[in-house]
Every structure is written in structure tokens, then in C-alpha cells.
Design a protein around this ligand. Sequence first.
Ligand code: MG
Ligand code: MG
Length: 272
Amino acid sequence: MIHLKSQREVDCLRASGDLVSRTLAEVARYIEPGVTTLELDRVAEAYIRRHGAEPAFKGYRMGDVPPFPGTLCTSINDVVVHGIPDQTRLREGDLVSIDGGVYLDGYFGDSAYTFAVGDLSAADGALCRTTLEALLMGTEQAVGGARIGQISAVIQYHCERAGYGIVRELAGHGIGRKLHEAPQIPNYGHPGLGRRLRMGMTFCIEPMINRGTPRVTTDEDSWTVRTADGAPSAHFEHMIAVTGDEPEVLTTFDYIDEVFQSNSLLQMVPHG
Ligand code: MG
Ligand code: MG
């Protein structure tokens, strides 16, 4: 069942979306060769708690799988999503998807961005750019009366035209008082199919796009999802509300863009 949100609930989700957007930008300040994903995780957790919220992913349960231990999902290169923060150090040329979740005043926020560590290869840069473009093209379809399939189809068309593999096993999702609600928003599909969007629907669109095969495997830790062929993968995620004739994006990458315009912001990562 899809829960349609009141204006007040959309306001709450907008606040959660803003906080998770600011959290990703805070993490962005520390992304450089040598930093560990666990250090990034601590930056995010401290930031979220300092702003009166809780990390949404920490302790998250999915079936009988052990609870997710991190505040962030940190997914490097061939890891598609759900990478667990650890002592792994980022290296020049890596791409790293940072997926953050917050729980603020009863409502969840969820957003992801794939960062370049130093300079990316041209091929990896193109993968990130195309995935981000696909997300933005998908968000443009999110208006009342449109079908979910229209979002799915534009993402699929844009990424497959570039020769990339679209992960089928994972999808975007409704969001609200629960982190994952109905409906699912697949990253592939037919424009004429799927539910029609209605006022008050709130959901995440999150293309997960591979440079090679669409197939994925899951590590023994039950979380880490990797490409089956070891090729890199990119992932971007926005939260959307259907509130009128224009799509309303509840998250923003503007704060991240601000970080990269300023080159004096890289600071020492606090330890402990
Ligand atoms: Mg996410
Ligand atoms: Mg999500």
C-alpha cells in the first residue's frame, strides 16, 4: 500500500532530505586518497547526531541478515551498494558511492552520490556523469499522472545507450515514516507500465549502473553487493515528492557542489 503524505509530512521529509544532503557534503570535505571509509562514517554519524537526528542505516535489518553496522554505505569501485565502512583507504582514481540515511523527527531522509577520489579515468568519469544524468532525467518524469514506468524507462534508455549494465535486483523505493515503503522504482521498464503517480507520493530514485555486466553478487557479509565481472559501478540517489505539476526534489547536491568550489575545505579527519 502506498502512503500518500500530507503537506505537513512532506515538510518533515523536506527537512530530512535537507539534512541528509548536508551530511553528504560534510563527508565530501574529507574524501581524498588515504582516508578510510570508517573515518568518513564517523564524520557522518557525528554530523547527523549534532543536528538532532539519528543515522537511519545503523542497525537496519533486512530479513535474517545481521544488522547493518554503519551510518553510511561506502561502496568503492566494483561495489555497487551497501559497502560496509571499514579500514579500507581510498586511493587515487577510486570512485566511491556514499549513501547516507537520517531519521529526523519521525521521518527518513536518504540520498547517495558517487565521488571521484582524485582524478578518475575517462571511462569511470563518463560512467558517473551518465548515471547522474539518468537520475536527473528520471526526476523530471516525477509529476502527478505520470507512470512509474516513465521514470524507469528514461533511466534505462540513457544508460543502456551508453553501453552500461543496469542492476535489476535493486530499485528505488517509497520513503516516509519507513525507510523503505511502496512503491518500488525500478531503473528499467516500459513507459506505459507501472502505477500512476499521485499527489503526496514520496520516493527515492536511485540508478545503480555498471560499466560492464548488469549482474551482481553479494559478499559473505550479506550486505556488500558487487558487480559480477569486477567492473566499476556508480550510484546516485534523490528523494522526490509529487506535489504539483513540477517534480519536487527533496534532496540536493548543491551543498556538495559548494564544497568542490572551495579548495581550502579539506581538513584533518578527527579520529576516535
Ligand atoms: Mg540510499
Ligand atoms: Mg534508497
